[in-house]
Design a protein around this ligand. Structure first.
Ligand code: PLP
Length: 391
């Protein structure tokens, strides 16, 4: 399927455009940073919301059971994981859920493990809650594949280590973790009384040869030790509806989480989001299939381009629509690299360093765009490289 449902978001108050000047110092860049897409939210979602607006009152409403059930059915269909809808709590944001879980399952001064490089709010949430950030960096092999470092983790665990923030699939490195990797990580957490907060918001953006395995689906003991964060924001390009869920099977952990949740009083969120959420999970399968076809071709375009331009290293992401470009062969400092992408290539990407020091020398490119935009971005990068003698 070619250029599946794409829209020009310029002038729409999309953050990727409105923050260009602030982030890159110029409006003259193609924005390929923030993790949302240039693809219209599925028609089934938009129509359900329009239909709801035929009723003239937009008042307080609670999430209907059938909205939660739609997500559980989706998770069973797509990930072979059976969730009881009673395990689910509403959340307006996955990052907010991380904060809530940190407060629920640790005290100030406790240690929280983060596997760098990773989505920056993981660090912020730990620090802002006065917990101690313990880095357990992923290890990159010669083939460019990132893996967990169990020995490093073992060495860093202390009696004050209470939580591990898992990113699965991993933003920015694009790994979809294997069963044996998750089991080994999970075993270490179980042995040491460490609760796993598993951020699986990218769990539906999985390329054909891979399978996303929810940590909580792997065994009963892991299910009872895991807090899973999920949502339709990435899957259906509807982050603006600000809706996600937190699945907690263990009644004890769920009680602790909900006690904390009540203190911030998110209540049940907004009615239009409930409607959008239900429609996406109930009717979004076909749209999602089209999306993955589109993204698969885009991923191949980047791979082909990188073969011709080997100074930019690329390991195909197994999940997410984010390309983690290894630019270390250009031998530029991080500011120089960022500047090269902005001023020479006219591209607004996320600097690798913003994901942690292990991201030094890398750039993250969001390829959930039209083929035309991706081709233009790669052409601009080709010209910039040639102009600077890297051709
Ligand atoms: C791993 C990960 N978690 C959470 C989020 C953001 O979720 P939310 O907007 O629901 O807070 C993102 C957004 O890019 C992400 O990549």
């Amino acid at each position: 399927m070619d250029d599946f449902g794409f829209v020009d978001r310029l002038g729409s108050n999309a953050e990727k455009y409105t923050l260009k000047k602030k982030l890159f110092g110029t409006d003259d860049v193609m924005p390929m940073w923030v993790a949302d897409m240039d693809i219209a939210t599925p028609i089934c979602v938009l129509e359900a919301v329009r239909e709801r607006l035929n009723h003239p009152v937009v008042g307080y409403e609670i999430m209907r059971d059938r909205a939660y059930t739609a997500q559980c059915d989706w998770t069973l269909r797509h990930h072979d994981w059976e969730i009881d809808p009673r395990w689910l709590s509403y959340s307006p944001s996955v990052v907010a859920s991380i904060g809530c879980a940190i407060r629920a399952f640790s005290e100030e001064g406790d240690e929280v493990i983060v596997q760098s490089p990773v989505y920056p709010p993981f660090y912020d949430m730990v620090r802002k809650h006065n917990r101690k950030l313990v880095l357990n960096p992923l290890v990159r092999d010669e083939g460019g594949v990132y893996r967990f470092d169990y020995d490093d983790l073992k060495a860093k665990i202390t009696p004050r280590t209470k939580l591990l923030l898992l990113c699965s699939p991993h933003n920015p490195v694009g790994r979809v973790w294997l069963r044996k990797e998750l089991l080994e990580l999970g075993k270490l957490c179980l042995e040491n009384g460490i609760v796993i907060i598993s951020d699986e918001v990218h769990g539906d953006i999985i390329f054909p040869e891979n399978t996303h395995l929810p940590m909580a689906s792997l065994s009963e003991t892991l299910r009872d030790n895991t807090v899973t964060l999920m949502g339709p924001g990435k899957t259906f390009n509807m982050a603006g509806f600000s809706i996600s869920t937190v699945a907690i099977a263990s009644p004890t952990l769920r009680e602790r989480y909900r006690t904390e949740l009540q203190k911030v009083h998110y209540a049940e969120g907004a009615v239009l989001s409930h409607i959008a959420f239900e429609a996406a999970y109930a009717h979004g399968d076909q749209w999602h299939e089209g999306l993955m076809n589109h993204l698969t071709v885009n991923r191949e375009m980047i791979e082909r381009w990188c073969k011709v331009h080997p100074m930019i290293g690329f390991t195909k992401p197994q999940g997410t629509y984010l390309a983690w470009l290894d630019c270390r062969a250009l031998e530029m400092g991080d500011w120089e690299l960022r500047d090269f992408f902005i001023t020479q290539a006219g591209l607004g990407l996320s600097a690798g360093l913003s994901f942690g020091k292990e991201g030094s020398g890398f750039m993250r490119l969001n390829f959930a765009v039209t083929r035309e935009i991706l081709a233009k971005a790669l052409d601009q990068l080709t010209s910039a490289l040639e102009k600077n003698g890297y051709g």
